[in-house]
Design a protein around this ligand. Structure first.
Ligand code: F0G
Length: 458
């Protein structure tokens, strides 16, 4: 018989996790104001709140930590990192930062001015936050197909070249960069095709606007190009990555995802003016240019993580686990953004909790129900995360309303995936009894989802 698929690594160190009772969880989630970000991690059994900074490092990365050079200036760890980034992306200028949003903050402090427009596919919330807090506009030009969660197309994260070109015409002279997020987290961890990156690059040249990649999950994106796009099956992930970045002028990176470190990020670019402009902000906000918010040891681990996770087997193990969970959900009829994304399953809350009105936040309600059911912590990527419209201050109900189950890298087994799927099935089976959701008791003006306090809808 054909051998089943299994991981390309084995486990050397374990961390115990704790189960709890439903009664305990009812108390804990109430104390957390029905916001999973407010739960203490020891009150969680399987933690899917994010795949960011939650992966397991390899033995090579831990060994690299021991070799960290903690010199303030010119540490060898910085050069290890810079050389690895240059090798993978072709970008020669590198600024380390403590995480992805810090890279955005440093670079956008130089690039984004009041009234600017930054078009692209869906902007991640911190990216949007860093644009909108500078009184600029994050213009989402993702393809319309991304909104139809049941439509199976291979590159649902793509930017619509027609919408993008219109934006480039309408806002000529007022666009600091086009920003492409790979993979498109907000649309469901959906990849962007090489063809689409090429089209964006052509438009950028036509309108003389540079391209920035928000690259948190660039390696997973490359895996999808290899496995789904014609002409790439025989290319290595590293070759694909190199071509992807040939269509960009620079990148911001949250290394907590595809570099599989617990903390870290960077800016990399081929544009000397971006480098020179961002440098001063790095020194003020993050640290000196050869560490910018990271320890030497962390830069070593980051460099090794980038190298390891741009190998096919590592990515295959990861993506196949997400696919496995998707397959179980198919079996139980739980709807999610199709096809399964790279780092997460995005459950389509409106299709599961059919009796909760949108004003009572169905995806948030589902997030709470899943926690109550089995101690599994997901997070809402939906109407609460969408924040209010900066002008009208109305809730933004125009987008998608998901419960995101982000799968940490190299952490859980498929037995955990079985538990997650069964718990969701149980919630789905009692959906008719779940008729009320939650209303907002208190919220922050921006990025409210982290701290929002909710109460049960009356
Ligand atoms: N860009 C994307 C596409 C992201 O997904 C994230 C973080 C960031 C930028 C910011 O990076 O967290 O290192 O500051 N996403 C995490 C998530 C938090 O759960 O999706 P950071």
């Amino acid at each position: 018989m054909e051998l089943p698929f299994a991981e390309s690594w084995k486990i050397k160190m374990i961390e115990p996790i704790r189960k709890s009772t439903r009664q305990e969880r009812e108390q804990w989630i109430k104390e957390a104001h029905y916001n999973t970000f407010q739960l203490a991690a020891d009150k969680v059994y399987i933690d899917l709140i994010t795949d960011s900074g939650t992966g397991s490092m390899s033995q090579a990365q831990w060994a690299g930590m021991m070799m960290g050079d903690e010199s303030y200036a010119g540490a060898s760890s910085f050069f290890n990192l810079k050389n690895m980034i240059a090798k993978l992306t072709g970008f020669e200028y590198v600024i380390p930062t403590h995480q992805g949003r810090a890279a955005e903050n440093v670079l956008f402090s130089y690039l984004v001015k009041e009234g600017n427009v930054c078009p692209g596919n869906s902007h991640f919330d911190t990216t949007k936050g860093h644009i909108e807090s500078r009184k600029a506009i994050a213009l989402d030009c993702t393809i319309d197909e991304a909104k139809d969660t049941q439509l199976e197309i291979p590159f649902k994260g793509n930017v619509d070249p027609i919408k993008l070109e219109q934006a480039l015409k309408d806002h000529k002279g007022n666009i600091p960069f086009i920003i492409i997020t790979i993979t498109n987290n907000t649309a469901g961890g959906q990849p962007v095709s090489m063809k689409n990156l090429r089209e964006v690059s052509a438009l950028s040249k036509k309108y003389d606007v540079p391209v920035l990649f928000d690259s948190a999950r660039f390696a997973e994106n490359a895996y999808f190009i290899k496995t789904r796009e014609e002409g790439y099956a025989n290319k290595t992930i590293k070759e694909i990555v190199k071509e992807m970045f040939s269509y960009a002028d620079g990148m911001t990176m949250s290394a907590k995802k595809d570099a599989i470190v617990n903390m870290g990020g960077f800016i990399a670019t081929r544009k000397q003016d971006w480098f020179d402009g961002a440098k001063n902000f790095c020194i003020i906000m993050e640290g000196y240019l050869t560490y910018g918010g990271m320890n030497g040891r962390d830069m070593n681990a980051l460099a090794i993580g980038l190298d390891e996770n741009t190998e096919f087997e590592m990515l295959e193990t990861r993506i196949k686990q997400v696919e496995y969970l998707a397959m179980k959900l198919d079996e139980y009829g739980v709807a999610y953004q199709r096809p399964a994304g790279g780092h997460a399953i995005f459950v389509d809350a409106a299709k599961v909790l059919t009796h909760v009105p949108k004003e009572q936040f169905p995806a948030q309600t589902l997030t709470v129900e899943l926690y109550l059911e089995a101690g599994i912590r997901g997070c809402e990527i939906g109407y609460i995360l969408a924040d209010r419209d900066p002008i009208t201050r109305e809730n933004r109900f125009g987008g998608l309303d998901f419960l995101r189950l982000a799968i940490p890298r190299r952490v859980y087994t498929n037995n955990h995936m079985d538990v997650i799927a069964a718990a969701l099935k149980n919630v789905k089976d009692r959906a008719e009894q779940i008729t009320k959701g939650y209303t907002i008791e208190w919220e922050a003006p921006l990025m409210r989802h982290f701290t929002v306090k909710l109460e049960k809808a009356k």
